[in-house]
Design a protein around this ligand. Structure first.
Ligand code: FHN
Length: 600
């Protein structure tokens, strides 16, 4: 009853917020569930869902990556642009589009079997072709193809039957309107498109198919403005107040829509702004079907991505690109079914969970949280036990989510005196990820400890990427173990740091192991060491060793770059930091490790 009453309260607050003054107020602020009760209420199902199916399906599935007998590079749904296909030529694909093998119930059932709780399908992509029956254009699947049926009606009904929330992807940019192309689009043309097609079609989508979510895209065009985005959002909220809408309805500002949409990438941490977010990703390399794209991600990789995203409080919208006959490629089906079997056993550790208390996990895996339960998702398990350093809350019991086998545990302190829970290796591990539920004495409290790095047997101090504390929203860890690197370092203000024990004062040669693609014009960085405070003023001091990043031939072609030797003060633990000293064209570098070699 409490939650119903709460919902009632939020519902009434939501109505109050729909007044013009309140709407104007909302448009100006960073909107999060914490500061916007109506956003919290309408996104409750979405935040619980965590996992959804993205579908890019349209005329581009007919050429499937080829035009005039030649392969066309890039993502399949961009073939009209990449191959510079004139509109009349592209329209001819409609006469070949006849998805007789389409079965909406099969697609909805696949999403359900995969453990996905919602589906977002292209009602209209940038090519301007409408995949639903619309009165606003004859360039649609019913009027322009031999199929003559509306698959969206069938799919919406099937999703409802399978308990899958249904949503549309709708492109603002529209290549079927030449008047909207080029640098000087007149506002009158935009008004005619918005009032003559965009809004009428969105009204049709909302009133005929009752979607729970609208996923906008193509908002980057110059003629689409922040104000037009707010106007469109007001229009839609008036049609259906509890519609979940992404940030691409505007210009991807923190004040646009209900959530952020990182694409083909996973943020390093939960978003500092507190905004909801969803990573959308292809299962191979293309959104729309391409007959020659066989670069399928492994099920383990996809499952680890889902877990990583959930551990940061995000959603995973994983894409499939059906063929022009209406078939979802078998490699996609196989992966989704395999993920679904894992979700059947372990979905409790994903659905409705919130972000991990760890900023950096002290083991190869991730955590999620629900109330007093900490879910430990282990990608591998050391023979001598999985160490959860920093967990302060007492553990009542530990068991495998899959089969409820009890998991033994003991408490100890690690070599830095940090309280550590050691989980004994279970009798069997899940090849995708083994999940242990820890029932705690209360909500999990952890000390986000960073391991102290000591010299190895040869006296060398190795600062690897996987042990770094990464600061900022763009740079993030890629890969696992010693092959991991700090990548996506596109913001020069991001940095990485390590806690290091330098046992004695001495001279050390510094080496950086990094990679940098020729497409990025390299960068400058520094390795910063603390110094003793100024003897008179006590002011904290540090010194930096500069390094230059040149092209190494590729983002995964690593070199060991000698940065020279310096005297380092020994004694206690100190923080060593790597930071950019020049704004990169693309990214600072991919950093695998910093090494400090003692010199006699
Ligand atoms: O240009 C589109 C692309 O075709 C695809 O739809 C992705 C997935 O959301 N979004 C845009 C690229 O950012």
């Amino acid at each position: 009853m409490r939650s119903l009453a709460l919902l009632g309260l939020i519902g009434s607050v939501a109505m109050a917020l729909c007044s013009p003054a309140a709407a104007a107020e909302t448009e100006k602020k960073v909107r999060t569930p914490q500061n916007d009760p109506s956003l919290a209420a309408r996104t409750e199902w979405w935040r619980d869902a965590r996992f959804g199916m993205f579908i890019h399906w349209g005329l581009y599935a007919v050429p499937a990556g080829y035009y005039q007998g030649k392969p066309v590079g890039g993502i399949g749904e961009w073939i009209m642009d990449r191959a510079k296909i004139p509109i009349p030529e592209y329209e001819k694909f409609a006469k070949e589009f006849n998805p007789t093998k389409f079965n909406g119930r099969q697609w909805a059932r696949l999403a359900k079997d995969a453990g996905m709780k919602y589906m977002v399908i292209t009602s209209k992509h940038h090519d301007g072709f409408s995949m639903f029956d619309t009165a606003a254009s004859r360039y649609d699947i019913v009027d322009a193809t031999p199929y003559k049926r509306d698959p969206m009606k069938e799919l919406a009904k099937a999703c409802k039957a399978e308990g899958i929330k249904f949503g549309f992807y709708h492109s603002i940019m529209d290549w079927h309107h030449p008047e909207l192309m080029g640098p000087n689009v007149s506002p009158a043309h935009v008004d005619r498109y918005v009032n003559g097609q965009l809004k009428p079609q969105l009204r049709e989508l909302v009133t005929k198919y009752d979607p729970a979510l609208l996923w906008f895209d193509g908002e980057w065009v110059g003629w689409w403005t922040e104000e037009r985005g707010h106007d469109l959002e007001r229009f839609l909220r008036a049609l259906k107040p509890n519609l979940v809408i992404n940030n691409r309805i505007g210009k991807r500002q923190l004040t646009d829509g209900d959530y952020e949409t990182p694409e083909q990438e996973i943020p390093a941490n939960a978003l500092a702004s507190g905004r909801l977010w969803e990573t959308c990703m292809t299962i191979n390399d293309t959104w729309g079907y391409k007959r020659d794209d066989h670069n399928w991600k492994s099920t383990a990789d996809l499952t680890h991505k889902l877990i990583d995203i959930a551990s940061k409080g995000g959603n995973f919208l994983l894409n499939v690109g059906p063929t022009d006959t209406g078939i979802i490629p078998q490699p996609s089906v196989d992966r989704l079914r395999h993920m679904g079997q894992w979700m059947d056993r372990n979905g409790v550790g994903i659905y409705g969970t919130s972000q991990s208390p760890y900023r950096k996990h002290p083991f190869n895996g991730r955590c999620t949280v629900k109330g007093d339960t900490l879910y430990v998702h282990a990608f591998s398990w050391p023979e001598d036990g999985l160490k959860l350093s920093g967990l302060q809350t007492p553990v009542r019991e530990a068991f495998l989510l899959d089969g409820k086998e009890k998991v033994g545990f003991r408490r100890q302190h690690d070599e830095d005196g940090v309280p550590t829970l050691v989980l004994e290796k279970p009798s069997r591990l899940d090849p995708l990820a083994t999940v242990v539920a820890l029932r705690l004495a209360g909500p999990p409290q952890v000390v986000n400890v960073q391991p102290v790095i000591r010299p190895n047997a040869q006296g060398v101090i190795v600062l690897p990427a996987f042990n770094a504390e990464i600061h900022g929203d763009t740079a993030r860890l890629e890969g696992e173990g010693m092959n991991a690197n700090i990548g996506y370092w596109t913001n020069a203000h991001d940095s990485a740091s390590w806690n290091v024990l330098i046992p004695k004062t001495g001279r050390y040669r510094i080496e950086a192991e990094y990679a940098c693609d020729p497409s990025s014009d390299g960068s400058m960085f520094s390795v910063v060491f603390p110094m003793a405070p100024h003897p008179d003023t006590g002011v904290k001091r540090s010194f930096a060793v500069l390094g230059e990043v040149g092209s190494t031939g590729g983002w995964q072609t690593y070199v060991k770059h000698n940065m020279g030797s310096v005297m380092l003060a020994g004694g206690g633990t100190q923080t060593v930091r790597v930071q950019a000293e020049k704004k990169p064209k693309l990214a600072v570098m991919n950093l695998r490790a910093i090494r400090l070699y003692p010199e006699q």
